[in-house]
Design a protein around this ligand. Structure first.
Ligand SMILES: [Zn+2]
Length: 687
């Protein structure tokens, strides 16, 4: 699931504003105990969108886990239960209390003795299933019904076992108005038209087991398109009239389906992949098995597209079809096994499709969501059973930090072993519920590595290392001396970190790397070199979750910006040069890189640096560099121009950009920057 339509990087509200994740007295929430194995659930429903009502029968086929089962407890929320019968049609005693439906069995059942329960009910749901309809404010809004089960809201439209730690096959037989098309999990086995009643009945079967929260339904009038991804039908459903936006949004999904199948070793495992865009969706997207539901805001036009790619959202939700749906966290404390994987596989799609440099920028943007939460709110272990509400686990630790942790795991293992481990994990635990230990054990089985140390510090402990690094040259010994300190406070769940770290050294004619093991508060590493390096880089590709203070001389940064091979190093140099406020050489070097560097991410970083340097020359370079720039760089330039307080030239350029840039996000950035100039004309320019 994602809660931000722009990407997985939503700034989620934490549970508490007091910089702690949970109050200390919070008790732990372990996976729920089960008394029966649910084998199959069939819903026979009528959905009346005008009355905003759902009615029908939920038929559960289940078997006790132990001998002597006398009652069954199902989850429900505000359902009106009309009766419960067994498979012979005999009425059974039941009672509802809070969110529990307790059904008494006429006789105790033995372990494994399967039987059916038919629960007839009605609902007017206010959660779980939503009715969108036109209103006075939005008279053109389409009539659409959509559901959102995660974490435990599906109990608001049907009674069931509503916790992720068991999986079962499902069937949804739904009757709707004849103009509508209803889409649910799995494959469509029949569609029946009843002209007398003016209704249509759709019968969907999900024949591989999945958990309750992934059961989904959308009903409405749609524009649709279907693609073929090596035999897998990939489908888009958008509200009728929105069909012209389908291609820009969805056309790369078939390639994503093939990519994830190839790298995980598991071809897309469900019969179809439908994606439905709906109005007023409460999240960015939700990865229901074989039917992802998306907020309609992911449909954009060409003026938004250069700055917003639906690839983030769509690849995230698609990755869940493997990580979340094919294998599912056993309890909410292990939710990272769903969400961090979806975030990281989104980054991996980025790497495969757009290249390594784009991947580096995308990954860092994801990690920034974690840094912000860690700084402003709290640091917690990614795996924890101490939470108040399952929804509280949907934070930037579960998504963003876990994504960064998976990338470090890949870095520690190397690409070959990482993929070997992932393929073994996907194969071994398919269709099952998983805990964090299952993932570690699968990786260890596949690779022979011992990874308990890594899981212990990154999943069961909190925080991240804050490094202070410096280097010097010992000409007599012909050695580079690199000092590394871990300066963060080691307390509570935040440990001193143990990690292998790459160092990169560059002279005029040679670049080489050394890997050092950091595990203490302070290290001095001595590296042999024939001559004094021009630059020394710590974690040169930005693989680690960390904060780094690495003070460098201006000369080194100038060389690094102009000559470093990696985009991470050049972006670091641009940021470093920005600290030389008023410096002519810094402005000149940044200006040169702004026009010449081949990667837009570096050019954007140089624009930010020029904004910090703040000289007239820096401003003029920014103004002169606007033409022909990628819109993401233009945004960076506009933001930088906003730093020039009450400056007439910056004001003029931003006023023009606000009206004439032509692309939405840069225009919005120009408006914001205009305000930041505090120029006397800014208000009128925006108003
Ligand atoms: Zn997700």
């Amino acid at each position: 699931m994602t809660d931000d339509v722009e990407s997985c990087r939503g700034q989620r509200m934490g549970a508490f504003g007091d910089r702690t994740f949970v109050p200390p007295e919070t008790s732990e929430q372990w996976a729920r105990e089960r008394t029966f194995a649910l084998q199959h659930l069939r819903l026979d429903l009528v959905v009346d969108d005008e009355a905003k009502k759902v009615s029908g029968t939920a038929t559960h086929r289940l078997a006790p886990i132990n001998d002597g089962l006398k009652e069954i407890v199902l989850d429900l929320d505000n359902l009106r239960i009309r009766g419960v019968k067994d498979e012979a049609g005999k009425a059974l005693e039941f009672e509802t209390h809070g969110e529990e439906l307790t059904i008494r069995l006429p006789r105790a059942r033995k372990a494994g003795e399967a039987f059916e329960l038919r629960v007839r009910y009605e609902a007017t749901p206010t959660k779980g299933l939503f009715f969108v309809a036109p209103d006075k404010a939005y008279p053109k809004k389409p009539r659409i019904v959509w559901t959102q089960g995660e974490e435990m809201d599906n109990r608001s439209w049907f009674p069931s076992y509503d916790y992720p730690n068991q999986k079962f096959t499902t069937e949804v037989v739904v009757t709707v108005k004849e103009a509508y098309r209803a889409v649910s999990n799995g494959r469509l086995v029949s569609e029946k038209h009843d002209p007398k009643k003016g209704t249509r009945t759709f019968h969907w079967i999900q024949d591989k087991p999945h958990p309750n929260y992934l059961i989904a339904l959308v009903v409405g009038e749609w524009d649709t398109k279907e693609w073929d991804a090596d035999g897998i039908p990939v489908q888009a459903y958008v509200p009728k009239g929105y069909g012209k936006y389908i291609d820009l949004c969805f056309s790369r999904v078939p390639a994503m389906v093939k990519f994830f199948g190839r790298v995980t070793g598991l071809r897309y495992p469900w019969g179809k992949y439908a994606q439905a865009c709906v109005p007023d969706f409460t999240f960015g997207g939700m990865e229901n098995t074989s039917i992802t539901i998306l907020h309609e805001y992911c449909l954009t036009d060409e003026h938004a597209y250069p700055d917003y790619s639906s690839d983030s959202l769509l690849s995230h939700e698609l990755a869940h079809q493997w990580f979340g749906d094919w294998l599912t966290c056993k309890s909410w404390g292990h939710l990272w096994l769903n969400e961090s994987f979806a975030d990281y596989f989104e980054c991996l799609w980025w790497e495969d499709h757009f290249g390594k440099d784009e991947f580096i920028v995308h990954l860092e943007e994801v990690r920034e969501g974690y840094y912000e939460e860690a700084e402003k709110k709290y640091k917690r272990p990614i795996v924890t059973h101490k939470f108040v509400d399952a929804e509280d686990m949907l934070d930037n630790h579960t998504y963003n930090k876990g994504c960064g942790v998976l990338h470090m795991l890949r870095t520690v293992l190397g690409d070959d072993l990482w993929w070997k481990g992932i393929r073994h994990y996907v194969k071994k635990v398919g269709l099952q519920n998983v805990e964090t230990t299952d993932f570690r054990v699968a990786l260890e089985e596949a690779t022979g590595k011992s990874l308990a140390w890594f899981f212990d510090e990154w999943l069961y402990h909190a925080g991240h290392p804050e490094f202070e690094v410096s280097w010097s040259w010992d000409d007599r010994a012909k050695q580079v001396e690199v000092k590394v300190k871990q300066t963060h406070e080691v307390k509570d769940a935040v440990p001193l970190f143990r990690m292998p770290v790459e160092l990169e050294f560059a002279t005029d004619d040679r670049v080489w790397r050394e890997t050092v093991q950091v595990d203490r508060a302070e290290h001095t590493f001595r590296i042999a070199s024939r001559e004094r390096p021009r630059t020394v880089l710590f974690d040169p590709d930005g693989n680690l979750i960390k904060k780094l203070t690495f003070k460098k001389e201006k000369e080194e940064l100038l060389w690094q910006l102009a000559h470093a091979n990696g985009v991470w190093a050049r972006m670091e140099a641009a940021a470093g040069l920005g600290r030389f406020v008023g410096d002519a050489a810094a402005a000149q070097a940044l200006g040169k890189a702004l026009s010449k560097d081949p990667f837009w991410g570096v050019r954007r970083a140089t624009a930010a640096g020029l904004g910090e340097v703040g000289t007239t020359a820096a401003r003029d370079v920014l103004l002169a560099s606007l033409k022909g720039q990628d819109s993401r760089v233009r945004r960076g330039i506009y933001a930088a121009l906003g730093k020039f307080r009450k400056d007439d030239e910056a004001f003029k350029a931003l006023s023009k950009a606000y009206l004439e840039d032509g692309t939405y996000a840069p225009m919005a950035q120009a408006a914001q920057a205009l305000a930041e100039t505090r120029h006397p004309g800014a208000f009128d320019a925006i108003a």
